[in-house]
Design a binder for this molecule. Structure first.
Ligand code: NDP
Ligand code: 2IT
Length: 444
């Protein structure tokens, strides 16, 4: 494989799709050796077939606001690769959404889903719709309009979307309602459903829990635990709150958490009812973290990112490319020993390089945040069997899966000095399973 040739051809075909090109480059650079050692991959054009999505659906989503004004957003579904199972991946509603972002997310999802050990292909979708400041009825009308197009492409054995940024239980509910009406079936077509209509326990907190389980395994390779560790988390969404809960449960102290308005530093730790309070703030759609500082006497740092806070462990859980080289250097200087990505691709390639050079335990998103989609996979299993597992059963399976993912990363990422490059490990382990399946299924 010639990495530079592949990248320059791809760039010519898709100019300006920076996030997508960034994600592809990271994977192909790390799998190059394994690819070249297996001539059947080149003979079957695996890389050329893997880096282009199977198909992309683009559609308009018209909806009417509470004042009667008509709006038009763009909707997408990228079905990237279905070699090991039905397409599976979230839907993102955020004004920044474009095809480059959804293609990067769909591409990452292929390897992440492969790592979970469950039979799921990779996909992603969403819209540039901004749910912030919208009423419930506006969100409902948008979700219904979105599903009136999307339903033709998805199904419990074809493509199973879920949540991501801006899409939580409420949006999944509205979309499921419309799918059910159009398809005339009550099935596991979406995950992250409500508990009473097919949802799985633990799914809302699964990504955050899984991220902390993964970090726990990384720390254990150095004889360390979360007990007494200082932790900093970015974002305050679905992923961040699950991570904050689990860190606290394992004896760590979350001292900073960020929202769109800046970050709070609370030396006493953000736990228990303080997390409940932040969840309430989030539900109001207002500034997220500033009121926290009044309520609990914590410091508020307007418009700043939390990476300047001294910590042992950093968990970036907001969005892509939110932690750059300077942030990474600051974290290293302050003694941070572990970074585990709750978000997808939150660290820039330059930041990742800093962590690897300084032998920081670095868990890439496609391994470290796979707990969310893994629990979606467990939801699909429960739907197929028409039964539901207890909280403990789901949590135990999630924990096992995260340990297995860690083991796979170590298997393929450990070098002669004993250092584990989890980026390389995750990419190779995720890739091999998909590539073997593609070879076995022929050129399609
Ligand atoms: P939420 O919408 O619940 O929260 C996202 C948080 O990130 C919010 O605080 C949001 O602030 C902030 N954010 C979003 N976009 C941007 C941006 N462009 N710039 C700065 N801040 C931003 O989403 P989730 O918690 O579900 O997702 C967070 C991350 O985790 C994403 O990268 C997602 O892909 C990833 N992930 C999610 C999984 C899931 O199951 N939900 C599973 C695996 C990964 P604001 O509202 O102001 O934009
Ligand atoms: O990025 C992700 O893995 C998710 N948003 C979850 C996808 C899913 O299908 O549960």
């Amino acid at each position: 494989m010639n990495v530079e040739k592949i990248m320059s051809d791809l760039e010519k075909k898709h100019p300006g799709e920076v996030e997508y090109l960034q994600a592809v480059r990271e994977v192909i650079e790390t799998i190059e050796d394994v690819y070249n050692e297996n001539p059947q991959f080149e003979a079957n054009g695996i890389i050329e077939r893997l880096i282009e999505p199977d198909r992309i659906l683009t559609f308009k989503v018209p909806w009417t606001d509470d004042e009667g004004k008509v709006h038009v957003n763009l909707g997408y579904r990228v079905q990237f690769n279905g070699a090991i199972g039905p397409y599976k991946g979230g839907l993102r509603f955020h004004p920044s959404v474009n095809l480059s972002i959804l293609k990067f997310l769909g591409f990452e999802q292929i390897f992440k889903n492969s790592l979970t050990t469950l039979p799921m292909g990779g996909g992603k979708g969403g819209s540039d719709f901004n749910p912030k400041g919208k009423s419930d009825r506006e969100i409902m009308r948008f979700c219904q309009s979105f599903m009136m197009e999307l339903w033709k492409l998805i199904g419990p054995e074809t493509d199973v979307p879920a949540g991501d940024i801006g899409v939580g239980g409420k949006e999944i509910g509205y979309m499921f309602g419309m799918y059910k009406k159009l398809a005339r079936e009550h099935s596991g077509v979406l995950t992250g459903k409500g508990r009473n209509w097919g949802g799985s326990l633990i799914r809302p907190e699964a990504t955050g829990f899984g991220n902390v389980y993964f970090a726990k395994e990384m720390l254990a390779t150095k004889g360390e635990t979360f007990e007494g560790k200082t932790v900093v988390i970015s974002g305050f969404g679905n992923v961040a709150w699950g991570a904050a809960l689990k860190v606290t449960e394992l004896g760590g102290k979350v001292v900073a958490i960020s929202g769109p308005d800046g970050y709070v530093y609370d030396k006493d730790g953000i736990s228990g009812k303080k997390i409940d309070y932040m969840l309430q703030l989030r539900a109001t759609n207002e500034d997220i973290v500033k009121p926290y500082s009044y309520e609990f006497g914590a410091e508020f740092h307007q418009g700043k990112r939390p990476w300047e806070v001294k910590c042992d462990v950093a968990l970036p859980c907001a969005t892509q490319n939110e932690l750059g080289k300077e942030d990474a250097l600051t974290l290293v200087k302050n003694g941070c020993i572990c970074v585990s990505e709750g978000a997808n691709m939150p660290c820039t390639p330059e930041a990742v390089e800093v962590f690897l050079e300084n032998k920081v335990l670095f868990g890439p998103g496609k391994a470290a945040n796979a707990g969310g989609v893994a629990t979606s996979g467990l939801e699909m299993s429960q739907n197929s069997m028409k039964l539901s597992w207890t909280r403990d059963e789901v949590d135990e399976k999630l924990h096992r899966i995260m340990c297995d993912i860690h083991e796979a990363c170590v298997k393929y990422g450990k070098d002669d000095t004993g250092f584990v490059n989890y980026v390389k490990g995750a990419n190779i382990a995720g890739f091999l399973k998909v590539a073997d399946a593609m070879v076995e299924q022929g050129v399609i």
